[in-house]
Design a protein. Structure first.
Length: 275
């Protein structure tokens, strides 16, 4: 077949595909690498893992800030309908053990599986060695499970990212972030979920090494006010958790609605005075 006739056939086929809204052979070839998690694309990418991260970017934002006094976890509650009855349990914050907690962004059903796995891991470690599991060891064990779901056929990656807040006698207060690929890293302040890049920019600009716990809470409110789609903040749309040390014990607690309203009010007043 001549070059001229080949070009004619390719052009004719592309025109037909556009008019009939069907995929051309070239598009099919480009997309066949995203059908399984075990196939690398020619560019060296795992598309299914990237799609899982994209799903997380549509979830409610979650923020973690590390201070010398403790760790603040803050998250946006996605209220899908006013008719939905709000449960008493948290939907974004979970206690994994007495010394470690987490915030999630992504598919809640996937998160529940990993949270149960992490809770079992901490209790097995405590039963075997009679002291709490080091925070990074727990994060690494959960991430090893997540990585396995990107390597074996017939499985899809977990569509959820975590922020881990914990304390142990080896490294003190620690904040980690993990993603569906199984990667994790330690952070001083970070964000996951919707508009996480904007949140990261604000945290990078306003975070200070000598922040108090109250300063960190106010910074979290400021960040969420910038990245959330809602124009007004309220305790119904936010979840806050604080991990601290009290009487030589690690304590994680969620802020009540009254505490949240007072925090939002004080942060708003300070921002107004600063302007």
């Amino acid at each position: 077949v001549s070059t001229q006739s080949t070009g004619y056939k390719v052009g004719f086929w592309a025109t037909c595909c556009n008019s009939l809204h069907i995929l051309s052979p070239f598009t099919v070839m480009a997309r066949r690498y995203d059908s399984r998690t075990t196939i690398f694309s020619p560019e060296g990418r795992l598309h299914q893992v990237e799609y899982a991260m994209e799903a997380i970017s549509h979830a409610g934002a979650a923020i973690g800030i590390l201070t010398n006094e403790g760790i603040v976890l803050a998250a946006e509650k996605m209220i899908t309908s006013k008719l939905l009855e709000q449960g008493t349990s948290s939907e974004k914050m979970y206690k994994l053990d007495n010394h470690v907690a987490c915030a999630v962004a992504g598919i809640t059903a996937d998160a529940n599986i990993l949270i149960n796995y992490a809770r079992l891991a901490t209790q097995r470690f405590l039963f075997s060695y009679q002291f709490p599991m080091p925070v990074e060891q727990l994060v690494q064990q959960v991430c090893d499970l997540k990585q396995g779901y990107t390597q074996y056929g017939g499985q899809r990656p977990f569509g959820v990212s975590f922020l881990y807040a914990g304390w142990d006698k080896h490294d003190g207060f620690q904040l980690y972030q993990s993603d569906p690929s199984g990667n994790y890293g330690g952070w001083k302040a970070t964000a996951i979920g919707k508009n996480n890049s904007n949140a990261q920019s604000i945290l990078k600009q306003d975070f200070k090494e000598d922040m108090t716990l109250k300063d960190a809470q106010q910074l979290a409110v400021k960040v969420l006010s910038k990245v959330m789609e809602s124009t007004t903040l309220s305790s119904e749309k936010l979840e806050f958790g604080v991990l601290t040390r009290q009487n030589n014990k690690t304590v994680f607690r969620s802020l009540t609605k009254k505490e949240l309203d007072e925090l939002i009010k004080s942060t708003t007043i300070e921002n107004t005075d600063a302007k």
